[in-house]
Design a protein around this ligand. Sequence first.
Ligand code: FES
Length: 169
Amino acid sequence: MTQPQQALAVSVSAPDELVRRHATQGATLMAILHAIQDDVGFVPPAVVPPLAQALSLSRAEVHGVITYYHHFRSEPPARVTVQLCRAEACRSMGTEALAQHVEGHTGCKFDSGHHADTELESVFCLGQCALSPSMMINGELYAKVTPQKFDRLFAAAQTRANAGTEETA
Ligand code: FES
């Protein structure tokens, strides 16, 4: 069975190695967590003990920061992550109807983890209020998204994700 790309990345980066690579002199816990997530796509739970030791913190303190900030994930991200803006300007332009369409199209629910390699996240303002409704798919920003436009963008993102997996297989 093919492993997701991110899991492969972590398997070659042992927790101690990840911490050594990113816990540079003077780096704060937040900076290190960001660096680890940027590196392997998430913050593996196994980095908590070596990270706590490196920073002279308790494991509970490190774990508390990881779980407090929604940005940090403790498992590999989905291959396609959709972040839909559900703040006021986008809501006034139909983002809730779009959210229903997205859930129906993907078979996933917003803010409930990832299933079938897709994750749907609610976010609140992407700085594109004049071009509502806005969303990001795998970090790419899209504006004035209609259901039809979403279907095209999502299919393209899935194709890119599949191509990326084949390249690393
Ligand atoms: S409210 Fe949606 S981008 Fe600002």
